[in-house]
Design a protein. Structure first.
Length: 107
């Protein structure tokens, strides 16, 4: 690979990393605001939050929606719409268990 081609590839990788980091930070802020507005918090373990948000972004890239990492995508729109994060189950789970199923949101 010629030097110019390597520079282009390196530049593309860098810009993709920057773009992903911005998407990550935006989603993190959205979920922080959402949790605060609803009287709960994000998991205090930042590694858990980072992992889950990463998975949500990958699922969005793959499926077009941020499907909950803890639920299987069935490719049945009516069913899958229920598991778009935050899923329809999270508030009940937080009330009952103190956290949602995937541990993104906690009381």
């Amino acid at each position: 690979m010629a030097l110019a081609e390597k520079a282009v590839v390196t530049t593309d990788i860098f810009f993709n990393m920057v773009k992903r980091k911005k998407r990550f930070e935006k989603l993190l802020k959205e979920y922080q605001d959402y949790a605060k507005k609803n009287g709960f918090h994000l998991n205090p373990d930042q590694k858990v939050v980072d992992y889950l948000i990463g998975v949500l972004l990958e699922r969005e890239k793959k499926y077009g929606e941020k499907y909950c990492p803890c639920h299987r995508v069935k490719n049945i729109k009516k069913e899958d719409d229920k598991i778009i994060c935050p899923c329809i189950y999270h508030k009940e789970e937080i009330e009952k268990y103190g956290h949602c199923h995937c541990f993104l949101f906690v009381k």
